[in-house]
Write a new protein. Structure first.
Length: 248
């Protein structure tokens, strides 16, 4: 079973994490011994555990932190395991594990497009908050292409008031990375922005019904549209994803 924000004891963090990951890999039912070019299940588990220990912001980096244990988000860990399987050529095992374990963590099967994307993974792997902020949708207004919902509250909740410049810089970087999700449809689809009013209220200090709040929402949509227009030109899309304000 995938850990639900499981807190590791202070000793042998990496070893315990390795054992858990190895059990998840073996549970897929795939044999690793037949492929000498790829690492065995236990070796792969160790590699994932060491990656998480180095890259995850939650993992203890010194003795003081190790004394308090460590909390690793379950959805983040599942994505690390699936991506590692995919990277060594066991895509079937990776997709099986994501399909079986993902729904209980809010990672439905369409999320595989993000997990196994070439350019998006570094962003998912290093920023666990984005895993919760990005969700696929089967909304009827998806325009015959992938529909993804980006929860801005999950992304910008750490920002204090008055940091408007940071919002635009972060969004520019995100849109550039997220563009890979519409390669499969040649740009057809939708990007839904959820939480625009939260950002307006809590970061910028504009009431959602104020003229300033409404203007910010309009400007953010136009800003994302422009970035996706550039992406369409760079990636030779025939279309460009529409931007929608979703339940702000």
């Amino acid at each position: 079973m995938i850990w639900n924000n499981y807190i590791l004891p202070s000793d042998s963090n990496v070893e315990l994490l390795t054992e858990h990951i190895a059990a998840e890999i073996k549970a897929t039912g795939f044999s690793f011994s037949d492929d000498s070019a790829a690492p065995a299940g236990d070796e792969l588990a160790r590699a994932v555990a060491e990656f998480v220990s180095i890259r995850s912001p939650a993992f203890p980096k010194d003795s003081a932190e190790r004394d308090n244990g460590v909390t690793i988000p379950s959805d983040y860990l599942l994505i690390m395991i699936c991506r590692a399987l995919w990277a060594v050529g066991h895509e079937d095992a990776a997709r099986t594990l994501l399909r079986e374990k993902g729904p209980e963590l809010g990672l439905e099967e369409p999320y595989a497009d993000a997990v196994f994307a070439e350019n998006l993974f570094p962003l998912l792997g290093l920023h666990a908050s984005l895993i919760r902020a990005l969700r696929p949708s089967s909304a009827p207004w998806s325009l015959n292409g992938p529909c993804w919902i980006l929860n801005l509250r999950a992304i910008f909740s750490f920002l204090g008031p008055g940091l408007e410049l940071a919002i635009w810089r972060i969004m520019h970087a995100l849109i550039k990375q997220l563009a890979v999700l519409w390669d499969v449809s040649g740009g057809k689809g939708v990007l839904g922005l959820k939480g625009l009013h939260y950002v307006s209220d809590n970061v910028l200090g504009f009431h959602r019904k104020s003229k300033q709040g409404r203007r910010f929402a309009s400007e953010m949509i136009a800003y994302c549209e422009q970035d996706l227009k550039f992406a369409a030109e760079e990636r030779n899309w025939r279309s460009r994803p529409a931007i929608m304000d979703i339940n702000s």
